[in-house]
Design a protein around this ligand. Sequence first.
Ligand SMILES: Nc1ncnc2c1ncn2[C@@H]1O[C@H](COP(=O)(O)OP(=O)(O)OP(=O)(O)O)[C@@H](O)[C@H]1O
Ligand SMILES: [Zn+2]
Length: 290
Amino acid sequence: MLGAIEAGGTKFVCAVGDENGKISDRIQVSTTVPAETMPKVYDFFNKYPVKAIGIGSFGPIDVNRDSSTYGYITSTPKSAWKDYPFVQALKDSFSVPIGFNTDVNAAALGEATFGAAKGLDSCLYITVGTGIGAGAIVQGELLQGLSHPEMGHILVRRHPDDKYQGKCPYHHDCLEGLAAGPAIEARWGDKGVNLVDRMEVWELEGYYIAQALMQYLLILSPKRIILGGGVMNQEQVFTNIYKYLKELVNEYVVLPELSEYIVRPGLGDNAGITGALMLAHRAFLMENQS
Ligand SMILES: Nc1ncnc2c1ncn2[C@@H]1O[C@H](COP(=O)(O)OP(=O)(O)OP(=O)(O)O)[C@@H](O)[C@H]1O
Ligand SMILES: [Zn+2]
């Protein structure tokens, strides 16, 4: 039995299951402060004989095993979780291998193993929600370098009619600052879910996301792109992304049929937690190899 944590900025999902992605029990805990959230996490896993735990976490996080702050959540604006030693906290309570990566890398792994990118050795998983983040599988491995990718904060070309200053506290009008859920709400004065009939909202959304996808696909050339997160519940954004992406790429590279190439998560809301289960599986295998 394996344990999994999908640690989000608003809630933690904890689950137990097996290496085939089958989940046998799960709970949700709200993300308040570590002293309140973590004991509930420990209580849940204490009920089960887990052999390893995988964490897909909001970030930025330190994923560099050689670093003195490996396993920490680093510079999050959620101050109680800033510099929080997540992996160590679990190791102190459970003497099992702990896998640790970003929430979106975990989701990419889940989708590549069991979901919309099953059988492919590369894919990109992007969430457009409270923030924008992306994880990637490249040549069968999770993409990691100096740190993990932060693809939500890339710069995009501003639409000439868009006067909104942007919401990212670090870069103002980066992709996340212009196109995540809170930016939509701030620009148009209402939540996305209430703006369904405002065509211009979803045109602009497609315009920005298509630019990001163009850059990701030119740099990483993923075999499939999966778009999740609350904002992507707006079906019309997909149509607009296809339209703008075709225009931008302008036949320079040959694109697959876009409705099969840029798709929703095959695992729905379970992409992240299933991926975290796979992180646990990998951590278990790694520790038992050496
Ligand atoms: N149906 C919808 N249409 C448009 N926007 C939506 C819809 N549902 C949620 N959102 C927007 O998505 C954002 C919440 O994102 P999501 O539901 O993915 O939750 P989250 O997990 O908190 O976000 P994140 O993935 O960044 O951690 C909010 O800004 C919300 O207004
Ligand atoms: Zn930014």
